[in-house]
Design a protein around this ligand. Structure first.
Ligand code: C2E
Ligand code: MG
Ligand code: MG
Length: 729
């Protein structure tokens, strides 16, 4: 209702402050009285005044007037009080001082003073209260008043539009922010990335983005319901904000996907640490609606200008890195690199080939002994599947099992493994056990007990010689269904082992309720235990104590060195599986040992765990003076490498090693034997998130472009002179 702005006061009085103090209706009243020549307003006028007074008191609208200089001569008292003042204190102040000079978007609000000096009429001008603690919005209307030609001031009205204003702001918030988490939405963040990248490429600054995808979120949503999924996403957003800090730079793209913009960050050491922090934080248990649940996260990182300068390229490449991180086993991060395009292609090709691999007889099983730690006697073996690809050779199950799970091929493959393992084991002399890995996807299928029973029945293997290895992730699903599955499997008489304990979301809680016969402590956990100051030993001791109390066996996985074995024995772990005893062997070899009677193995291996050097074969460039030599990296650690390819390089020579894609490291030769040199890096390398290493910084494309213009620049030139001081080996 806009009664006041439509009211015509019908006079051109001078509106003095003195009159104002008597009240607006008083003024109108006396004027009307004067015009009519009556001593008192008639009944009709009095009625109108009362109505206006009621209107003023109702708080829906108010009135104001100013003198020719813009000073208040009247204001509705109730409004003055809303502003934390009284009418008396406000009179005489400039009308424009009642309102903020800027609007909510920070644009200067020049309109009101401008209109007032122009002496123009205005209607419904939205203005924000200038008084502290009062965040109301008013729609202000006003008409200039004249005495003849002389401007005498303004009269007008105001209404409270705070509520409309808020809902309009909410609507625009909704268009920019995700209503569930309050984070920026996809539209918002992509606009922000566009503008940031455009500005940064002008200023030659770097900007990283992270794409993040939750692992197993769908499972939580499906089993605990959507409200629980929503509650979980909110907590994820909170944890992300705690790590990233800048609220505006974190967004939820939709579903369980998030994106983070990190302006001016290009250090892959820092980015890797941050990604690892995010993954660790998001992998901590959540409590939603009374249920405990655990999810994980994978992160892909791309950095402008190295990995793209447009937001489209950068996002596409971060996405590819995310895909690679997931393919590497989830719960990981990956940096973009150009060979990921090829890797993604290969993965798709592998998926196709995997469909026919079983039918073409490319799958085989091998068996790794599980040894009693104190007596060195083999008590059982674990069946591990092997795929020999016709062109690509042996492919690790760590690579193809996740593909099989995603491509819906794991059920078929798992059934084949079960049958084959039972068949082989039924032919072994003695009562050696066979353990078979069961994917969580198989475990979630109600037909699993039937398939296990069939495998046992058709091969005649005694049920207690079969052990099913299950990972902790089965506890993420519906606990009632999980319980039923455990019961059904135990009813068959098979043994159950908890595999990979200590990777990620270990909880001792479910050990007490789930009917396990064995806990397998993951190799990463055991490896950490030999490091000084590691608390893993204490935790392993606790697991062993708990397992003993619950009459479960324990197996330490991946034991390679004698010092690890010694530690494991000291901690009373009952069984050991690892290269220190034996690698996985084919069925024929296993049978030879088993037929010779009781099978004991003498442990053998390096005395201690070697520090992690990656053995690899990688062609890189070694740049010295303006020459570039092609060398092969044989062994790489964060601080140095062995290179091959140049003969007789003097100790102390400095090289720049070019790993490609702008990754340059200065290195000094510390050892030199014929065609091999041990070099020490001046800048340590950092983890690439996938067991490999990369340089912290890269040479920016801006620098390369600038250097390319100076023809004598050695590093930037794509080809080098071929004359060399040393001969190629
Ligand atoms: P897992 O069940 O934890 O199996 C143990 C893995 O550790 C095997 O890798 C084994 O070769 C390796 N290993 C054993 N001792 C050592 C050691 O001393 N040092 C090192 N570095 N590694 C050692 P593998 O065969 O590559 O299998 C990897 C994973 O693939 C397995 O981990 C398992 O989760 C999965 N997998 C293997 N076969 C099957 C299968 O038939 N079905 C399913 N669902 N998963 C399988
Ligand atoms: Mg296993
Ligand atoms: Mg394992």
């Amino acid at each position: 209702m806009d009664v006041p702005s439509q009211m015509d006061f019908g006079d051109r009085g001078d509106g003095s402050a003195e009159e104002g103090q008597r009240g607006f209706f008083g003024i109108i009243g006396s004027r009307i009285g004067k015009q009519r020549g009556d001593a008192a307003p008639n009944l009709h006028t009095r009625e109108a005044l009362l109505l206006l007074q009621n209107y003023e008191e109702s708080g829906q609208g108010w009135f104001w007037s100013t003198d020719a200089k813009g000073r208040l001569t009247y204001i509705t008292d109730s409004v003055a009080r809303l502003m934390g003042r009284t009418r008396a204190t406000l009179l005489g102040t400039m009308f424009t001082d009642l309102f903020l000079p800027a609007d909510s978007h920070g644009e200067r609000q020049r309109t009101l003073p401008f209109l007032l000096t122009r002496q123009s009429k205005f209607e419904e001008l939205p203005l924000r209260s200038a008084f502290e603690g009062d965040d109301r919005w008013w729609a202000i209307s006003g008409r200039p008043q004249f005495d003849g030609d002389r401007f005498t001031g303004y009269r007008g009205s105001g209404t409270d539009i705070t509520a409309q204003r808020r809902s309009a702001e909410d609507a625009s918030r909704l268009a920019l922010y995700d209503s569930l988490t309050g984070l920026a939405n996809r539209f918002n963040i992509s606009k922000k990335l566009d503008t940031t990248l455009a500005a940064f490429s002008q200023q030659q600054r770097a900007c990283a983005i992270m794409l993040l995808d939750l692992d197993r979120f769908k499972q939580v949503n499906d089993t605990l319901g959507h409200p629980a999924g929503d509650a979980l996403l909110k907590q994820v957003a909170e944890r992300l904000l705690k790590i990233v800090g800048d609220k505006e730079m974190v967004s939820r793209l939709g579903g369980d996907e998030f994106q983070i913009i990190l302006p001016d960050v290009e250090d892959r050491g820092k980015l890797g640490d941050m990604a690892a922090d995010i993954i660790a934080s998001l992998s901590q248990p959540y409590s939603v609606e009374g249920s405990r649940c655990i999810i994980g996260a994978s992160v892909g990182v791309a950095i402008a200008p190295f990995d793209g300068v447009s937001s489209d390229d950068l996002v596409r490449n971060a996405d590819l890195a995310l895909y690679a991180a997931k393919g590497n086993g989830r719960g990981r991060f990956a940096f973009y690199s150009s060979d990921l395009h090829q890797a993604a292609e290969q993965r798709r090709a592998l998926e196709d080939d995997l469909r026919d691999a079983l039918a073409r007889g490319e799958m085989a099983l091998c068996y790794q002994p599980v040894v009693h730690a104190k007596s060195n006697v083999v008590t059982g073996v674990e069946a591990l599947v092997r795929w020999t690809h016709p062109e690509r050779g042996l492919i690790s199950p760590a690579v193809f099992i996740p593909i099989a799970e995603e491509a819906n091929l794991i059920w078929q493959l798992g059934e084949w493994v079960l049958r084959k393992a039972c068949e082989d084991a039924s032919r072994w002399p003695g009562d050696m056990r066979v353990a078979v890995n069961v994917s969580p996807i198989q475990f979630a299928n109600a037909d699993l007990p039937k398939v296990v029973a069939n495998a046992l029945a058709s091969t005649g293997l005694a049920p207690d010689r079969l052990e099913l290895e299950i990972t902790e992730s089965v506890f993420l699903g519906d606990s009632a269904e999980t319980g039923r599955m455990f019961k059904a499997l135990k009813a068959l008489g098979v043994r159950l082992a908890l595999d990979d304990f200590g990777t990620g979301y270990s909880s001792l809680g479910y050990l007490q309720t789930a009917p396990f016969d064995k806990i397998k402590i993951d190799q990463s956990f055991v490896r950490g235990a030999t490091e000084p100051e590691s608390r893993n030993s204490a935790i392993i001791a606790a697991i062993v104590a708990l397992a003993e109390a619950l009459e479960m066996e324990t197996t330490a996985e991946g034991i390679e060195s004698l010092d690890q074995l010694e530690l494991i024995r000291k901690l009373n772990v009952s069984h050991v599986q690892g290269y220190v005893y034996s690698k996985p062997v084919p069925d024929a070899e296993l049978r030879e040992h088993a037929e010779a009677g009781s099978w004991t193995i003498k442990p053998a291996g390096p005395a201690r765990q070697r520090n992690d050097r990656f053995s690899l074969f990688r062609k890189v460039g070694a740049i010295h003076d303006n020459h570039r030599y092609n060398v092969v990296i044989r062994n790489l650690s964060a601080t140095g490498a062995f290179i091959e390819g140049i003969l007789d390089v003097p100790v102390g020579t400095r090289f720049v090693i070019d790993f490609g894609e702008g990754q340059l490291v200065t290195a000094t030769v510390r050892r030199s034997v014929k065609h091999q040199q041990g070099v020490e890096f001046e800048q340590t390398m950092v983890s690439d998130g996938n067991g490999g290493l990369c340089t912290r910084h890269r040479v920016s494309p801006y620098l390369i472009a600038a250097a390319a213009q100076q023809t004598d620049s050695a590093l930037a030139l794509p080809s080098f002179t071929t004359t060399s001081d040393w001969k190629a080996a």
